[in-house]
Design a protein around this ligand. Structure first.
Ligand code: C5P
Length: 223
């Protein structure tokens, strides 16, 4: 591990789930633990970077010497990302952002009616990492692709569609890796590269990923 790979750099990382409020007491969310994003934040810090961690609600303490910005919803996460974007050299989107949010948030707790069926109207959330990648003077941008099938194919498609510099493909259907577990195995894909990192702890994997991401980043900024 290169403890100087990112010295003098500012790395921004999104992590965890988002919560999309339905009313004052209910929300839509997902099972993201935030562990991979937090491990990446620690690894980037250990590589000498200043780190801003934009985090959805998780059960993890803020890592030492990392600036954590806590958000709830996708719209808040987008605002936080846009606010730090112009100061970031490297942006890593590890958050599991809710694809949709309720069209409206009820002001008061919704009451149970007599109907057996209740329908929710949802509207699409903005794509945070794609918004970052589309910005002027954008940072080197890295996304994740968590998939259950055709993992590499979907990941390559996202790399192009979201205009990312690198994407980390993650098979979340495999036992013992991905969502909520302590281990992971991924493939790091760039426009002309593909590298598989075998199963290990999220801490170990995060250090390997940060090393490799820093190499790609330094290569690009040199050119
Ligand atoms: O399209 P999909 O959600 O699978 O893409 C995953 C990647 O895009 C992750 O890096 C995730 O953090 C990011 N993303 C985002 N904003 C969204 C949806 C996904 O930044 N609204």
């Amino acid at each position: 591990f290169d403890f100087q790979a990112l010295s003098g750099r500012h790395v921004c990382i999104t992590a965890g789930p988002t919560r999309e409020a339905l009313d004052p007491v209910r929300y839509i969310s997902n099972h993201s633990s935030g562990k991979m994003g937090y491990a990446l934040a620690e690894a980037a810090r250990d590589a000498g970077a200043r780190v801003t961690l934009i985090s959805g609600p998780v059960n993890l303490a803020a890592p030492d010497r990392v600036e954590r910005v806590q958000v709830e919803s996708a719209l808040q996460m987008l605002d936080a990302a846009m606010a730090t974007l112009h100061d970031c050299d490297l942006f890593i989107a590890a958050a599991a952002v809710a694809d949709y949010r309720p069209v409206a948030v009820a002001e008061h707790k919704m009451k149970k009616g007599s109907d057996e069926i209740m329908e929710l109207r949802l509207t699409k959330n903005p794509d945070i990492v794609a918004s970052v990648a589309a910005a002027d003077s954008r940072p080197f941008t890295v996304g994740f692709a968590a998939e259950t099938r055709d993992v590499l194919q979907y990941a390559r498609d996202k790399l192009t569609r979201k205009r990312l510099d690198l994407i980390i493909a993650n098979d979340v259907s495999a036992e013992g890796i991905g969502f909520n577990s302590d281990e992971n195995a991924v493939t790091l894909i760039g426009p002309n590269s593909e590298e598989t990192l075998p199963q290990s702890s999220k801490q170990q994997l995060a250090r390997q990923l940060i090393n490799r991401i820093a190499e790609h980043f330094n290569e690009q900024t040199k050119a």
